[in-house]
Design a protein around this ligand. Structure first.
Ligand SMILES: Cc1ncc(COP(=O)(O)O)c(C=O)c1O
Length: 421
């Protein structure tokens, strides 16, 4: 019998851990065999996958390019410098930190850099489309800081800046946050910036969802108006799972110090390399066309769903996502999510503003187009998918009709391959 080797293994995943290899293969099949319409998800390129799976995972590099706490950083310095210069160019930013492990840690770094515990922050109400990290009482942003919120207008579903101004004047926050997880319209960043100025607050935009649209110029760029901008790299931006922070130069030292050593240790250098690849991809000609198509597809989906009689929050979309109010369809968001999953259409249940029901069984669903667009689908497919969604929800007790939907979803999925390397 061979001696057990103490050297690093060079066998394949399949050889070392067939159980995990099979699990990953099943997930790959799921991504292939479902119409994935989770607005915060996307498909990364082969190049991004390669960088993420590279030997850069082996390297410790606490600190920043040229000022690390470890030797041997020549190439990871190069990788991080490339990420930084490309990100600054893509987003027209004075400064960027590409080390945050996620959108959440990017937001935490901003708070750590600029707020003291107990300071007041004002963000969009979670139940109106905001994010947990914008002051929710169950998140550190609402536990360590005094958090206040603004919402959307009950009739229009839109953010009403007069109301934001009123709340800001009452609260006198140290930080105002704009940005959302489920708001389908452009946000008036300039308007927010002037309110922040009026009340002497710092202004943070969290563009986690819209970073890809911003990079392509199909969405207003908050970097031009906000003191600080946080983002994820894995949603519309179509990069690896991670976060980043843009800011004016004056905040750069505080932000960098908050990320490391304030919140994190060694940066994920393989992910930073993959971020650099995604920034490069954002400068290639196809990227603008992709992001334009993401929005055109979301608009087509909204049009199709409205024509099928669904009620849409704000009546439509400017972005990559659509929010459906299911209160007149006699089905909850949770049941709609499960029903659509049963025909291989993946969406998520979502609270709607002023939702009479709770977050576990809310009244809406959220649908997005980034993943389907990455598969090459166009507005014609979006219109067809809106009919398939209507058929599923309206005829949910008729198995024959659901089977027909399943067959058609399977045909669409095989016509638009995901990873066929
Ligand atoms: C607006 C917003 N900010 C922050 C985040 C958090 O990102 P992550 O999941 O990478 O922590 C999200 C994620 O959905 C988000 O929608």
């Amino acid at each position: 019998m061979d001696e057990p080797s103490y050297k690093v293994g060079l066998q394949s995943l399949q050889e070392v851990d067939p159980e995990m290899a099979a699990t990953i293969e099943e997930e790959e099949k799921r991504q292939q065999k479902n119409l994935i319409m989770i607005a915060s998800e996307n498909l990364v390129s082969r190049a991004v996958l390669q960088a993420q799976g590279s030997v850069l995972t082996n390297k410790y590099a606490e600190g920043y390019s040229g000022a690390r706490y470890y030797g041997g950083c020549t190439y990871v310095d190069q990788a991080e410098s490339l990420a930084i210069s490309r990100a600054k160019e893509v987003f027209s930013a004075e400064h960027v930190n590409v080390q945050p492990h996620s959108g959440t840690s990017a937001n935490m770094a901003v708070f750590l850099a600029l707020l003291k515990p107990g300071d007041k922050l004002l963000g969009m109400d979670l139940s109106h489309g905001g994010h947990l990290t914008h002051g929710s009482k169950v998140n550190i942003s609402g536990l360590y800081y005094q958090s206040f919120s603004y919402g959307v207008n009950r009739e229009t579903g839109m953010i009403d800046l007069d109301n934001v101004r009123k709340v800001a004047k009452e609260v006198q926050p140290r930080l105002i946050i704009a940005g959302a997880s489920s708001y389908p319209r452009f946000i008036d960043f300039e308007g927010f910036a002037s309110i922040a100025k009026e009340v002497g607050a710092l202004f943070l935009v969290d563009m986690a969802h819209t970073a890809g649209l911003v990079a392509a110029g199909v969405h207003p760029n908050p970097v031009l108006h906000a003191d600080l901008v946080t983002a994820t790299t894995h949603k519309t931006f179509r990069g690896p799972r991670g976060g980043m922070i843009f800011c004016r130069s004056e905040y750069a030292p505080a932000i960098d110090k908050a990320v490391f050593p304030g919140l994190q240790g060694g940066p994920l250098m393989h992910i930073i390399a993959a971020k650099a690849v995604a920034f490069k991809e954002a400068q290639l000609p196809g990227f603008v066309a992709y992001q334009e198509k993401v929005v055109a597809n979301a608009r087509a989906l909204a049009k199709g769903l409205a024509a099928e009689g669904f009620k849409l929050l704000t009546g439509g979309t400017d972005t990559h996502l659509v929010l459906v109010d299911l209160r007149s369809n006699d089905i909850s968001g949770r049941d709609a999510e499960a029903l659509l999953e049963s025909v291989s259409i993946t969406v998520n249940k979502n609270v709607i503003p002023y939702d009479p029901k709770g977050a576990n069984d809310p009244s809406g669903i959220r649908l997005g187009t980034p993943t389907l667009t990455s598969r090459g689908m166009e507005t014609g497919q979006m219109l067809e998918i809106s009919s398939l969604i209507a058929e599923t929800i309206n005829y949910r007790h008729e198995n024959d009709r659901l089977d027909k939907v399943r067959n058609r979803v399977a045909e669409l999925c095989s016509a638009y391959d995901v990873y066929n390397f």
